[in-house]
Design a protein around this ligand. Sequence first.
Ligand code: BES
Ligand code: ZN
Length: 481
Amino acid sequence: MSTSSPSQPHAASSLPPVASLLAEVDRGFGRSVERLADFLRIPSVSTDPAYDAETRRCAEWLVAELRGLGFTAEAAKTIGHPMVVAHHPGVGPDAAKRPRILYYGHYDVQPADPVELWTSPPFEPAVVDGPRGKRIVARGAVDDKGQVMGIVEALRAWHAVAGGPPCPVTLMIEGEEESGSKSLEPFMHEAKSRLAADVCVVSDTGMWDVTTPAITTRLRGLVYMEVTVHGPTRDLHSGMYGGAVPNPINVLAKILAELHDAERRVTIPGFYDGVGELPAATKSQWDSLGFDEGEFLGDIGLKSGFGERGHSTLERTWSRPTCDVNGIFGGYTGKGAKTVIAAHATAKVSFRLVSRQDPARIAAAFEAFVRARLPEGCRAEFESHGGNPAIEVSENSRYLGAAERGLRTVFGKAPLLIGTGGSIPAVGSIGRILGMDSLLVGFGLDDDCVHSPNEKFELACYQNAIRSHAAMLAEFAGLPR
Ligand code: BES
Ligand code: ZN
């Protein structure tokens, strides 16, 4: 890993000075905020069919922006929401000799509810003051529209200063990341040659803190299952039948409670197969990061962490697998009381995976775990909402070295190499299908409220995202292909 000062790029003579790009970013930043607000105003909630037309309009908005920067761009048809694909061959005779960069991000967002907890309407972006300066509040502000615009606006600066990017650039911005990415792999197989590149840059993760950039080298994987326990053929009077029949909610709750032992380890047989020990060097690097657990937990109103015994909070989120119930429903959930034994009960259960844990085996083991605990008179139905394995990115690639130099130019300090507890399924697919490594450089903060009410992006982070993508592109262009 290189931590040297900005490199003397190969073919430097035809690259503009990075300072001129950064100045252009700063000059145009007010308009960059307005464009982000326009993007955020389109409610591209991919999981909810009620928003399908808006999701398409959002893809088309992005296509128009990219065409304005000299890209050939389209909202490509898929089996689900459109895929925004754009390409620029790069400017000048040297461009073809330089590395080809693929950018990945997503233009879809999570649902905004509970809407009543927002301080301003989720799709009416508001620029407000916060302790770190101004911030933009809206669904998708940081996940991932603000980060996608970090890339687009950096390309705009290159367009203004040099007429376009210095190397061949392709963008693949999907519209289903928040809802299972079902079109992504079929699309990648079909469009493989158009997506060919030397490295994929993904901006959908976080920084260490507002002044410290980070490159994420570990992502957890995910298995998401829905289980419904069925009992009696109809809802029953709990006085007439209570004590005489299995209650699906009681049954499901007991099974869910058995998923963890007293050490808060997951009890499913084979669950820990493939989970690697954290290398001592990684553990000591993480210990040296100075993670402020009090701040991390204090932000969400907690004083102490909770999870698998014997591991620190960072280890538990970055390098240990987990099981969480994400939703549970059945029976009477309206106001007041209704004495009823419900015919069904459902839970949404997800698992975050690490190392070489196999999503298909975990899903099958969960099903077997549930079925083995069903009493006579109950049956279970399962629905899978997808699965993807964990990712570890090499910390020694020359692209990572180039990204480090670009980030150092912008922040005046080297990025930290971190993990994240979240998942970006596309990263695994890009590796498997397109055969390239991803570089995860993101600009979110822990308190950005991703997937929560009042999601925000600090304008300082947005500006640094644009500056960083502009500077990193110069560093990539300086590498021989
Ligand atoms: N941007 C997130 C992933 C993320 C979250 C990275 C937190 C770093 C920190 C991404 O959009 C996301 O939410 N992914 C989902 C994947 C799922 C819907 C398949 C996740 O992690 O839950
Ligand atoms: Zn997300």
